[in-house]
Design a protein. Structure first.
Ligand code: 9D3
Length: 243
């Protein structure tokens, strides 16, 4: 998979793309990253990427020309059209489902803006998706592009080992993870639950499922509203209400 980023701050990406899992994914050839400063594509001698808004008003607007030309340069000679993803506060909220959808693509281009708005023609005629990573205000789209690149890369075949495999992730099962403990069994008087030391694997599995359900019910009831409870989970809910 090819992941390209268009940004005015390319230096922000070196840490994320140069570390552990993403670095290994790149070196194994599963994914390639290109970080492009779209200022290089500005057709005027001052390399200006923004301009005053038609109709007046405060703030600046990102010009269409450098962005269209940069996307053309990244897609020339390629038959299949890439997904062109605009990072912006007004976009659709990013979720694991969207990460899974993007992981199926051959080529994605992530477009990062800042306080300037985008010329609407970028939205209408270039972007295939508009994404926000959540309801808080960032200084630009770069952190969003990193979040998407990270979450999509780890879903690509061969990127994660069995131990870290994505299949048992909380957002794939729809539940939060149960508590984990490691040695010692007594740390400063804080004990590991007896059941985990019992060696009864069936009981341990049942305890973990109950704890997962309890955590989700207490912390993220919205995750349970989005899906139908299994009969097993209905029982767990009754267990919780008894205590
Ligand atoms: C004046 C109105 N503001 C829009 C809500 C202006 C504005 C603030 C911050 C415009 C852009 C930005 C920079 N943020 C992003 O580019 C951004 C973002 C975010 O701020 N939150 C969550 N996801 C994203 S993705 C891109």
């Amino acid at each position: 998979m090819k992941i390209d980023v268009l940004t005015l701050f390319p230096e922000m990406f070196s840490g994320v793309f140069g570390s552990s899992i993403l670095k290994n994914a790149k070196e194994s050839g599963v994914v390639s990253y290109r970080i492009i400063n779209f200022r290089e594509y500005a057709d005027n001698k001052h390399k200006k990427v923004d301009d005053y808004p038609y109709g007046g008003g405060a703030g600046m607007v990102l010009r269409a020309q450098p962005i269209f030309d940069a996307v053309d340069a990244l897609t020339n000679q390629m038959q299949k059209k890439p997904r062109v993803i605009l990072l912006c506060p007004q976009g659709e909220r990013f979720t694991q489902k969207k990460a899974e959808e993007l992981a199926e693509e051959e080529h994605i281009i992530l477009l990062c803006g800042h306080y300037e708005g985008y010329d609407e023609r970028i939205r209408e005629h270039l972007a295939t998706d508009e994404i926000s990573i959540g309801d808080y205000v960032l200084t630009g789209g770069e952190l969003g592009a990193m979040v998407i690149a990270d979450s999509v890369t780890r879903l690509l075949p061969g990127v994660l080992g069995n131990a870290e495999s994505a299949i048992t992730d909380s957002f794939s099962t729809g539940l939060l993870e149960h508590p984990h403990y490691t040695r010692p069994s007594d740390f400063r008087g804080m004990k590991v639950p007896d059941i985990l030391l019992s060696g009864h694997h069936k009981n341990i599995d049942a305890w973990r499922e109950q704890e997962s359900f309890k955590r989700t019910w207490e912390r993220r009831p919205d995750l349970l509203e989005d899906r139908k409870l299994t009969t097993e989970e209905e029982k767990r809910l009754k267990n919780l209400n008894k205590r």
